[in-house]
Design a binder for this molecule. Sequence first.
Ligand code: HEM
Length: 245
Amino acid sequence: MQEVQANSLEEEKICNKRRRIEYEFSLGTRWTHWIRAFAIFVLTFTGFYLAYVFISPNPSDVPIGFLNAEFRMWHEIFGFVLIAVSLFKGYLFFIDKESRKERVAFWDVVNPIIWAKQIRYYLFLGEHPHLRGAYNPLQFVAYIGLYVMVFIICLTGVMLYVHVYHDGLGALLYPLMRPLEVMMGGLSMVRQIHHITMWGILLFVPVHIYMAIFNSIMGREGAIDAIVSGYKFGKPNCKKKKKKK
Ligand code: HEM
């Protein structure tokens, strides 16, 4: 019995040694991921403050404690960072050669067999399906949802921005944003949509982290490593060894 166990352990070691590393995410994809994650963190913190002022400035005789303006400034700075990075990510996704693996994942989304297999896998009823791209169909659809929310929050953010800064970009975008604001039912409504969308994003984040950890543990391919280093491990390949014997 012990001998059998030792043999299978030895075999597993050999299989793992044979695993090749695979290039999964380009530098651009990784940087845009982490910059957006940080921007969302800052925007949520400052956004909560703007919605409900929970810190007061140090008392002072002179009017220098413009804490609200400071929070709003950081909110707007990171707001434009989020907009810029999301636009760049859009460019990478559609145009960049290295993002091909992300694009081809779309073909699994329109394949009902892959959907069925993926759901069976998540219910612990079957093996993980072989995927064409970097994402499984559920993941891909969840990311589309996230991008829709990012689009809405950025658009409503700019609509709010043109009312708090009236020079430069604010002045340029004002005539473009005003009709949209009217269509949405007024500034108060825009603010509410902006706020509610934040909660949509906040629901996405823990599910995303849970699924990343789940896939990393269950898939044993270093799924989380890939968004840090760019590389993941290929599947263990034991067949070759048996043939050689
Ligand atoms: C994940 C991204 C974002 C989150 C979580 C977020 C969150 C929030 C929240 C909660 C508020 C307060 C709304 C309320 O009063 O109920 C707010 C206000 C605001 N946001 Fe955002 N926001 C985001 C992105 C943006 C972007 C991209 C911009 C564009 C520059 C932006 C610009 C603004 C402005 C100008 C205000 C109003 C500030 C004020 O009234 O003083 N936000 N945001």
